[in-house]
Design a protein around this ligand. Structure first.
Ligand code: KG4
Ligand code: ZN
Length: 334
């Protein structure tokens, strides 16, 4: 089999990440520079700072990724790049670097949707088998996607308001936990108990989710307790919140597996790092006898390797972009 090497660039938010991926599943290198520590000072990502940091380090990160893979640009078959969705200023930095390399070295340019990247992060773990259901849970997305085959994405449901990661980050803020709060809420949840009476979010027959009501319930509860001079048991509130989130994600995902007669499930996006979620789905995969893939922790949040994995399949399918490829803040996954 011919070996195909993809150089992949991801810069949609606050991580500048470049990887070299062989045949869509083997990571030869993945170098990431994050500006998260600076954003933490402001309680969230500051787009202008993120863009500047990408500009400062993109060439160094590309060089290091090639060096670590022991490769030169001449050895690379194609360049994959995240064109969206994401922060425009951030995306443009990765995109311009990819276009420049594509032009100078005469290599095909492969456009990759950020969520396709999160989904294909699973292929770095184990070969994805189809048909499958993908549960995408990130800071910007919460979707249930049916995939009949490679690169066929049918969105069967998703959030009507906040994404799961967004709800986590807002809850963390109310509990005065440092940004990004998702992992901290997760840690607290593991030492707490489910003692707070919070509502179950959109527990209906659809494949849609709604997390804003649950998030508001946490905010209001915290506020009311503060007004009364009571101390909120942060770990118990985190545990009660996390249990509601995991329970509804599990319920609707199981329903999708059953109704679509699928026995392969993958979980994708930053929130797939959540230990409560991982434990619950691992338990369910045994109880309900389905194959489960969840990315390694390092490939759950934004990284270049996942773009290289998705880029490989896009390349095989003949997807190409011209040098007029532009960044998109939002775009349908297809
Ligand atoms: O996929 P990602 O890196 O960026 C987007 O594409 O949005 O996801 C980032 C999100 C953040 O909201 C972060 O708080 C959340 O993933 N996250 C977690 C955990 N680790 C990251 N949420 C809950 N539990 C975690 N362990
Ligand atoms: Zn992401």
């Amino acid at each position: 089999m011919k070996r195909t090497y993809i150089l992949a660039i991801e810069s949609s938010c606050d991580e500048t990440s470049v990887a070299v991926i062989k045949n869509g599943h083997e990571k030869l290198s993945c170098v990431t520079s994050s500006s998260m520590n600076i954003h933490a000072l402001y309680g969230g990502v500051v787009p202008e700072i993120a863009s500047r940091k990408h500009v400062e380090c993109i060439t160094l990160v590309i060089e290091e990724a090639l060096n670590k893979a022991n490769m030169k640009m001449e050895d690379i078959d194609a360049i994959a790049v995240t064109y969206g969705p994401g922060l425009i200023g951030s995306l443009l930095v990765g995109l311009e670097a990819a276009k420049t390399l594509s032009f100078v070295y005469n290599k095909p340019l492969i456009p990759v949707h950020h969520i396709a990247g999160h989904i294909y992060a699973n292929n770095l773990e184990k070969a994805m088998e189809f048909p499958l259901i993908a549960l995408v849970v990130s800071g910007g997305h919460t979707d249930l996607i049916y995939m009949k085959e490679d690169y066929s994405f049918e969105r069967i449901g998703g959030t009507l308001d906040d994404a799961v990661g967004e709800a986590y980050d807002k809850v963390a803020r109310v509990l005065k936990l440092a940004y990004p709060g998702g992992p901290k809420v997760d840690e607290l949840a593991h030492i707490g108990k489910d003692t707070y009476d919070l509502p179950y979010p959109l527990d209906d027959d659809s494949y849609n989710f709604s997390f804003s009501g649950l998030k508001s319930a946490v905010i209001n509860l915290n506020h009311n307790e503060e007004q009364k001079g009571n101390k909120v048991r942060k770990e118990d509130l985190a545990c009660s919140f996390q249990n509601r989130v995991v329970k509804i994600l599990a319920k609707k995902t199981l329903k999708a597996l059953k109704e679509y007669k699928v026995d392969n499930l993958i979980i994708a996006g930053g929130v797939s790092a959540n230990k409560g979620l991982r434990n619950e789905f691992e338990k369910l995969s045994v109880e309900h006898n389905f194959n489960l893939i969840i990315p390694k922790f390092e490939f759950c949040t934004d990284n270049g390797a996942m773009i290289g994995a998705a880029g490989y399949y896009a390349y095989q399918l003949g997807r190409r972009a011209n040098l007029d490829l532009n960044a998109k803040a939002t775009d349908k996954l297809n």
